[in-house]
Design a protein around this ligand. Structure first.
Ligand SMILES: NC(=O)c1ccc[n+]([C@@H]2O[C@H](COP(=O)([O-])OP(=O)(O)OC[C@H]3O[C@@H](n4cnc5c(N)ncnc54)[C@H](O)[C@@H]3O)[C@@H](O)[C@H]2O)c1
Length: 259
């Protein structure tokens, strides 16, 4: 898809790699000035070959860091039109039951995935309002719609993102801001490709089981999410707000196995 985002300023959190980088690259390729925000030490490298991309350290769990980042962005670019709340974390590989789930991990996941979305939006929204409107896209998960076992914090945080998106859409409509969420299915990213290769001992044997739940019978690509985000951010979308777009190969459409 191609659209015209010339003159638009976008902020994408968690943009150093994976889905966030793909979204930021796609917005930039369509003309937006894009701030790639992340805590990763590799952030500068990510942006090096993007002429209209700028790196900015921004920790979505730190209200002071966010406030400084938004102030810097508005001074440098004159305003903000598109916010993508993408930064997110989850337990990698090890899965435990709720009664064994460590409090520190619960706090880390909920603070990053859900509270981070609230904090960044709270700080950034006034800059979007000043432009007379814009777009906010929150990256949720299919597990925010249909939870998986042994991922209580992630499931709860992403379900929160889903309803927070709708709450934002209700409040921001009168300010011209359309707010939507994307719920990705299973998207192998740089850090997780090992898990998806079939060689990882934890994942071995689970992959076929996962694929059997996906009607399209393949995992998704970061670009699948980026294309959905581009459409939601584009001027061509001017009537979708408060929606959750599932990009999951049909995973949450229903039971894909016969019974
Ligand atoms: N990959 C999938 O299968 C999948 C599925 C459903 C939802 N998601 C969601 O998509 C989003 C992107 O995931 P991904 O798979 O690309 O993950 P990823 O780990 O590749 O990227 C996440 C990025 O967020 C950054 N980040 C982490 N904590 C941060 C913080 N406090 N402040 C700022 N940045 C921070 C990391 O440095 C990293 O660059 C997340 O919200 C994730 O929950 C991913």
């Amino acid at each position: 898809m191609k659209t015209d985002l010339n003159g638009k300023v976008a902020l994408v959190t968690g943009a150093a790699r994976g889905i966030g980088k793909a979204i930021a690259d796609t917005l930039a390729a369509n003309g937006a000035l894009v701030v790639y925000a992340d805590i990763s030490p590799t952030l500068e490298q990510t942006v090096a070959d993007i002429p209209n991309g700028t790196a900015r350290h921004l920790d979505v769990t730190d209200a002071e860091d966010i406030a400084a980042g938004i102030e810097w962005l508005v001074q440098k670019f004159g305003g903000l039109d598109i916010l993508v709340n993408n930064a997110g974390v989850n337990t990698a590989g090890h899965r435990v039951t709720l009664e064994q789930f460590p409090r520190e991990e619960w706090d880390w996941i909920v603070n990053t995935d859900l509270t981070g979305c609230y904090l960044v939006t709270k700080a950034a929204a006034p800059a979007i309002f000043k432009r007379g409107g814009g777009r906010i896209i929150n990256i949720a998960s299919v597990f925010g719609l249909v939870p998986a076992r042994l991922q209580c914090a992630f499931a709860a945080a992403k379900a929160g993102v889903v309803n927070l998106t709708k709450a934002m859409a209700l409040e921001f409509a009168e300010r011209g801001v359309l707010v939507n969420a994307i719920a990705p299915g299973s998207i192998p990213i740089a850090g997780s490709r090992g898990l998806f290769s079939g060689k990882d001992p934890i994942m071995k044997g689970r992959l076929e089981g996962m694929l059997s739940h996906i009607p399209l019978h393949r995992f998704g690509k970061c670009e699948d999410i980026a294309n959905a985000a581009l459409f939601l951010a584009a001027p061509e979308n001017d009537y979708i707000t408060g929606s959750v777009v599932t990009v999951d190969g049909g995973w949450t459409a229903g039971y894909s196995r016969d019974f």
